[in-house]
Design a protein around this ligand. Structure first.
Ligand code: ZN
Length: 196
């Protein structure tokens, strides 16, 4: 299994994790920028990361029947993790930007046991909504897993939770940003960095 250091290396070399001084879409400043889609675009990395998710879940000693994630960020994680279990991987998606629902003919049968996966957990809100989708179909959520947990370990799902990388990503208002105050690193908007 990969160490947290090896996982960080993979995120750094795929530009999924950047260190510097970033303007986030929330308007806050941060010394880190995380975008899991950038690492998951490489099948060889998606494979080894999700294999480790599967290994960690197997250590929880729970029986699962299928894997489910909230779209869009979780789709690849659901598919790839399910492959390591030899199970089906599905996703819930928002209808009109509101509630998560199952579409595309995906079905959960009453009593089926779910592993809910995510790329990154920040507040845990979409994870909890996905758990509700499973329960509303009569399914049971037996565990949650993610590539990255940036909640600082504060999220409680009420079921066993496995993550590969616990990461604290502090963010600051512009007026109180310590990186601005130090004045050494210019502020940049993630995505505008040229990859050469
Ligand atoms: Zn700043």
């Amino acid at each position: 299994m990969l160490t947290e250091g090896e996982i960080k290396e993979i995120f750094l070399k795929t530009d999924a994790f950047l260190e510097g001084h970033f303007l986030l879409s929330s308007g806050l400043h941060s010394s880190y920028y995380l975008q899991c889609a950038r690492v998951l675009q490489y099948p060889e990395f998606a494979e080894i990361l999700c294999r480790d998710i599967a290994e960690k879940v197997k250590m929880l000693d729970v029986d699962i029947d299928f894997v489910i994630a909230p779209a869009i960020g979780g789709i690849v994680v659901s598919y790839e993790t399910a492959r390591h279990f030899g199970l089906r991987g599905i996703f819930a998606e928002r209808k009109d930007g509101v509630n998560l629902i199952l579409r595309r003919g995906f079905e959960i049968r009453p009593g089926e046991k779910a592993l809910v996966v995510e790329d990154v957990i920040t507040t845990g809100k979409s994870t909890k909504e996905t758990m509700e989708v499973v329960r509303s179909c009569g399914g049971e959520v037996v565990a949650v897993a993610s590539l990255v947990d940036r909640s600082g370990g504060t999220v409680d799902f009420g079921v066993p939770f496995a993550t590969l990388w616990s990461l604290h990503v502090p963010s600051y208002k512009a007026e109180t940003c310590p990186i601005c105050r130090e004045g050494k690193i210019p502020l940049e908007k993630p995505g505008s960095r040229k990859i050469v």
